[in-house]
Design a protein around this ligand. Structure first.
Ligand code: ISJ
Length: 403
């Protein structure tokens, strides 16, 4: 039986009888972070902050093309100035996890500015479970390397999860506020999922932005840890730039983004090689790809759906890598390594890669972290890389020493 729905479910929301979105006067970035509540959509970038509340309509489909077309139609009717939401990791035929967008009841914007708020305190978990165990993850990396060779594949991205249980409710608001002040140059996000869970995270990686005819994507791939000692820190960044293994891993991601953008663009600008960038916890290789669109009817959401999943979070070739992820990871990624963002009635929008994140339930949460595996990958270093990647969330929760 196919789980694919060849339609999008459009649900008018009963609580919003008037079906009109209110735009509220510009607020301060810190003010919007302070206002965010579970159930809202929050998206903070280096340039602006968006807070969307309530829903006049929601659009849900397992087919990303149908989702994008349906959202475009709903926005054209003028019900709301923009739509916000998530795409799952698996958007292939047969996926069980739908993309989900809402046309919000209220949209609040803020421009650049200070967004630091008093540090929020979160509880300590009563139990921590690694899924799979660190040993099993290293074994999966070894299996992945064997499979890459046996199947003639270039790269696969393997992730692991961390399940935390608490003896009191978790307030995602607090995590979001800490993430937003820790990561002012990146994309801090919170999105209500079709389950009652909330996806929260702070990612450095832009899948796609569209502003008029101008499109930008910056795939990240290749990672090394940051260090408190400036000499060790610089050496780690330099080692990343010089690492052949990481350059190979990166090239797979950058080349795929260029290939997938090419049919949509009359001009594409691609630098000769990647640059070194950092988050507070990790160094990355990044390529910034810019283009000029041929057809203005292609929205940011259509483009994001066409690019996703990139080899930065899946692998190369895509279908074989996705199948290997399903074979080797003992859980369904759901929205981890999906995309999160917004699209407006002009087709403009921003979609970030949904990594460095957690799915937050009532009193439990699951954190995810993955890394690209190529033939030269070392299982121990890959395990350490995922440990470093968990730090974005763990620091925001005041738990830097948890694992
Ligand atoms: C998959 C993740 O990160 C991705 C994998 C990277 C890598 O393998 O070097 C780098 C950046 C991200 O595209 C993650 O953080 O979970």
């Amino acid at each position: 039986m196919s789980h694919r729905q060849h339609f999008a479910a459009i649900a008018p929301q009963a609580c919003d009888a008037e079906g009109v979105t209110t735009r509220i006067a510009p607020a301060s970035p810190a003010g919007l972070a302070a206002q965010y509540e579970r159930g809202d959509f929050f998206f903070a970038t280096a340039r602006r902050v968006l807070l969307a509340q309530g829903a006049v309509e929601s659009v849900t489909s397992t087919d990303p093309e149908i989702l994008a077309d349906t959202v475009t139609g709903a926005l054209a009717s003028g019900a709301a100035p923009l739509a916000v939401g998530v795409l799952p990791f698996d958007t292939s035929p047969g996926t069980v996890t739908p993309g989900h967008l809402v046309l919000p009841r209220a949209v609040l914007h803020a421009g650049q500015g200070d967004r630091s708020l008093p540090r929020e305190v979160l509880p300590r978990p009563v139990s921590v479970t690694a899924v799979p165990s660190p040993e099993r993850h290293m074994a999966a990396v070894r299996d992945a390397v064997d499979a890459l060779r046996a199947r003639g594949m270039r790269k696969v991205v393997l992730a692991r999860a961390l399940d935390l249980d608490f003896d009191e409710p978790i307030r995602p608001e607090r995590i979001v506020r800490n993430l937003a002040s820790d990561n002012p140059r990146h994309y801090t996000y919170a999105a209500a999922l079709p389950s009652t869970r909330t996806l929260v995270g702070a990612t450095p990686e832009l899948l796609l932005s569209r502003e008029g005819s101008h499109v930008v994507s910056h795939p990240h791939a290749g990672s090394m840890p940051r260090f408190a000692d400036p000499v060790a820190d610089k050496a780690s960044g330099d080692a990343l730039l010089a690492s052949k293994k990481d350059q190979i891993e990166h090239a797979a991601a950058a080349e795929a983004v260029v290939e997938r953008l090419r049919p949509f663009c009359r001009k594409l600008t691609v630098p000769d090689g990647p640059e070194l960038v950092s988050t507070p916890t990790i160094w990355h290789l990044r390529t910034t790809i810019t283009g000029e669109l041929i057809d203005f009817d292609i929205t940011a959401l259509h483009l994001a759906a066409a690019l996703h999943p990139t080899p930065a979070i899946c692998g190369t070739p895509t279908d074989a890598a996705r199948a290997l992820v399903t074979e080797l990871e003992p859980y369904d990624r759901a929205y981890y390594a999906g995309a999160v963002g917004w699209v407006d009635a002009d087709g403009d929008g921003e979609w970030a890669v949904a990594i460095r994140c957690a799915e937050v339930a009532e009193s439990s949460m699951r954190l995810y972290a993955g890394g690209g595996i190529v033939e030269a990958s070392d299982p121990r270093l890959e395990l350490d890389e995922t440990t470093t990647k968990f730090q974005t969330l763990l620091r925001a929760m005041g738990l830097p020493d948890l694992i």
